[in-house]
Ligand binder design. Structure first.
Ligand code: ADP
Ligand code: MG
Length: 277
């Protein structure tokens, strides 16, 4: 995808204050089709605030948000969804006893017949859910099984497939791998890559640079609400990313302090020579 194409979403100098708390300031970010844009940062860095602005949960108080080149102020998640922006949150609001196929269509059920004869079209919902999950490479033995019986990674995957089916062009994932083990995280990363293959622009929030680097095309590191690093994959190494996440300068200072403490092997810590920022 040429970098000159109009981004699906473009943030320019975006900021947000909650009362007198400045959660975000001067943030630039582009989301392009068929790209994974990773947003990294420590707790409180402003990651969730940023994606809440893109997904219509909160309005920005500074700067500009453009969707398909058009400046907008979103007033609800529904409005964002109407423009093709779907967010999948970590604590998925899934009804755990509900069968997978039913959950897939929750709020958008397929029906057949009219008026008093209208019925849920169960067979078609099962068939469509099955086809969409398979198209994303998700194979479940039984779509009648309750959502609650799925693993964390599978639940995230179903939510991703659902967003794709209902026409999302931008998929926002807030720390989808945070609560997952290595194997389950791998499952989710695979579907992030699958969503990109299908041409979606993905915003992947994480504080794990390894996860980000496995799938990311662009990386934005937030620190205390501002952009500390913004780099394309070609311009950044996993080590750079790890150091920025750890707060390179702070880490070096911490190491000098630890060096004075007996029993701490500071050579084993990253940023050993202190030259890294
Ligand atoms: N609804 C809110 N009201 C007041 N302050 C908030 C609210 N949401 C977040 N904040 C503050 O904004 C800052 C950024 O938070 P957040 O966007 O949740 O960061 P992250 O997701 O990176 O951990 C923090 O200082 C947090 O306390
Ligand atoms: Mg958060």
């Amino acid at each position: 995808m040429p970098a000159t194409a109009t981004p699906l979403v473009r943030l320019t100098g975006v900021g947000k204050t909650y009362g007198n708390i400045r959660a975000l300031h001067g943030v630039d970010l582009d989301v392009r089709p068929a790209e994974v844009s990773c947003v990294l940062g420590d707790n409180g860095a402003g990651k969730s605030t940023l994606i809440k602005i893109i997904s219509g949960v909160h309005r920005h108080t500074e700067g500009e948000l453009r969707i398909d080149g058009e400046p907008v102020r979103l007033s609800s998640p529904r409005e964002a969804l109407g423009r093709g922006i779907a967010a999948v949150y970590q604590d998925l609001a899934t009804v755990t006893l509900m069968p997978v196929w039913r959950n897939f269509f929750l709020g958008s059920e397929l029906t057949r017949g009219r008026g008093p004869f209208q019925r849920l079209d169960i067979a078609r919902m099962k068939a469509v859910a099955d086809a969409e999950l398979r198209a994303m490479g998700i194979e479940l033995d039984d779509l009648d099984q309750p959502v609650g019986s799925l693993s964390g990674g599978q639940r995230q995957s179903v939510a991703i497939a659902r967003a794709v089916h209902f026409g999302a062009r931008v998929l926002i994932l807030d720390e989808p791998t945070a609560a997952l083990g290595v194997k389950q995280s791998g499952v989710v990363l695979k579907y992030i890559a699958a969503a990109r293959e299908r041409g979606l622009g993905v915003v992947f929030i994480t504080h794990n640079p390894h996860h980000a680097y496995l799938v990311g095309d662009h990386f934005t590191v937030l620190r205390l609400g501002t952009v500390e690093l913004s780099a394309a994959r070609a311009d950044v190494t996993l080590e750079d990313l790890t150091l920025h996440m750890a707060g390179g300068a702070e880490l070096t200072a911490l190491k000098h302090e630890l060096a004075r403490t007996a029993g701490v092997d500071t050579k084993a810590l990253p940023g050993e020579d202190g030259t890294e920022r």
